[in-house]
Design a protein around this ligand. Structure first.
Ligand SMILES: Cc1ncc(COP(=O)(O)O)c(C=O)c1O
Length: 472
């Protein structure tokens, strides 16, 4: 065993890891993370991820894990893609940075054209940001300004769904429907209202057996909220194609058709927040096309570059851009790094990979196999529901399958935070155990996976969930 001069008992790799973990504990502020576990008499080490290859990630101890969440719903094409690293380097050498403030760059132009090409209907106008929350923020601001310029200045309010996550900036957080994430920052931007989501597993008894009827009911809650607030005051409805928070709620049949109808009836903009669902996550380049509706705005980010560089976008219809062609009108809004040339170049290379490697086709072909593999877990007493689309699934955990009884706060804390997240990671699967709604495990791997990988994921989940049940 080789050792370091400072500490003759610790091998150099371990010493390096330990040093990194100490620096992380002392200086790094992790996002959405309780830091208490990293201090105290028996502190947990901060996991340090150093490398990725395909759908596997490696920690500083050299252990490898399946990346069951594509980082954070991001790494569609997998880790370690030379083409994407090369595209970034090439663009950085050519022109590392220039803003989109009255000037344009070739990669941003090409990417805007490409996104407009993929987007449905007349969604042809691309406003770049650096991420999803900024795209949501931009969409609300655009909606407000569009209605002002269109002679309907009272239309400022927005509607979104219970437990939906739309970002953390004050506007996007207002739209977010998770009370626990908001309370510390209230008062937030006024004018955001919530309607029920499409969690059919928890629907009323008379609706649960009839998805179409449930879809109609859920969509009509949007009409009701618009009526309650006054149609003249409502600017937009923000919906994800498949809602992430709460554990992957797909739209019931007919839901978006009815939502589109309602938005048209009340002259309210429909924003499809595809921060997660775009770029193949549920099969199409944009999920709205896959699900048969045309929104007025798409917000997207994450998978656009497979995470090799950050970028986001708000894609608006021609109609919304129309008033901005006139006189002194302009959108007084922007970001220094929005549409960064390096990120735009990487996005173009990433979209080439999608086409050359048939990533969308892989999701369309293997999505049902992934679902069927995860559904095998329904034989476990702790697994209440498996739901989702494409390469995006939530597994809801319950205390009693027959009654659908969920865990109380204390059990959920012990199960998710105390046991599951760590046990899954230790068993070689990085994924997410989430209790922003009812407790769920979420899976959203790179889009390159196939049946053998699904089996491996199912095997790990089966072992850990069996152990979790035994510990209850
Ligand atoms: C639907 C949705 N909207 C917005 C966001 C915020 O995106 P970002 O973290 O890039 O700001 C997320 C992030 O997960 C999201 O899932």
């Amino acid at each position: 065993m080789t050792t370091t001069p400072e500490n003759p008992t610790i091998p150099p790799q371990d010493a390096l890891t330990q040093a990194l973990q100490e620096k992380a504990r002392d200086n790094l502020w992790l996002h959405f993370t309780r830091h208490s576990g990293y201090f105290g008499p028996e502190p947990d080490p901060v996991p340090v991820i150093v490398r990725g290859e395909g759908h596997r990630i490696f920690d500083s101890n050299g252990r490898s894990y399946i990346d069951g969440l594509a980082g954070l719903f991001v790494v569609q094409a997998g880790h370690g893609r030379e083409e994407l690293a090369e595209a970034a380097a090439r663009q950085a050498r050519e022109l590392a940075y220039f803003p989109l403030w009255s000037y344009a760059t070739p990669p941003a132009i090409e990417l805007a054209e490409r996104l407009a090409h993929y987007a449905p209907g007349d969604l042809n106008r691309v406003f770049f940001t650096t991420g999803g929350g900024e795209a949501v923020e931009s969409a609300w601001k655009l909606a407000k300004q569009y209605w002002k310029l269109s002679g309907k200045p009272l239309k400022t309010k927005v509607i979104s769904r219970s437990i939906a996550y739309h970002g953390t900036t004050q506007g996007a957080l207002s739209i977010t429907g998770i009370p626990g994430l908001k309370q510390m920052f209230e008062p937030l931007v006024p004018g955001a209202f919530r309607v029920p989501n499409t969690n059919i597993y928890r629907a009323a008894d008379d609706l649960r057996g009839d998805p179409k009827q449930f879809g109609r009911w859920a969509a009509d809650r949007i009409a009701e909220a618009i009526e309650f607030e006054g149609p003249d005051t409502v600017a937009a409805v923000f919906l994800e194609p498949v809602q992430n928070a709460g554990g992957c709620f797909p739209p019931p049949p007919g839901y978006f058709e009815r939502v589109r109808e309602i938005c048209d009836q009340y002259d309210v903009l429909l924003v499809s927040d595809e921060t997660i669902c775009a770029f193949g996550r549920v099969g199409g380049m944009f999920a709205c096309s896959e699900m048969g509706y045309v929104p007025d705005i798409i917000t997207c980010a994450k998978g656009m570059t497979s995470g090799y560089s950050p970028i986001g976008a708000m894609i608006a219809s021609d109609r919304l851009f129309e008033p901005f062609k006139d006189g002194a009108n302009y959108f007084p809004h922007g970001y220094t790094f929005g549409g960064h040339p390096v990120s735009s170049a990487v996005a173009l290379a990433n979209l080439d990979l999608f086409e050359n490697e048939g990533l969308l086709e892989n999701v369309r072909t293997n999505g049902p196999v992934f679902r069927a593999t995860l559904e095998r877990l329904l034989d476990l007493p702790i697994v209440g529901d498996v739901r989702g689309e494409g390469f995006f699934y939530g597994i809801e955990l319950v205390k009693d399958k027959n009654t659908r009884t969920t865990f109380d706060e204390d059990e959920s804390e012990r199960l998710l935070r105390g046991f599951l997240s760590k046990a899954l990671f230790e068993a070689g699967l990085y994924c997410r155990a989430d209790d922003r709604g009812d407790p769920v495990i979420q899976l959203s791997p790179p889009l390159t996976l196939g049946p053998a990988d699904f089996d491996e994921i199912e095997g790990i989940l089966r072992g850990v969930l069996t152990e979790a049940w035994n510990q209850l």
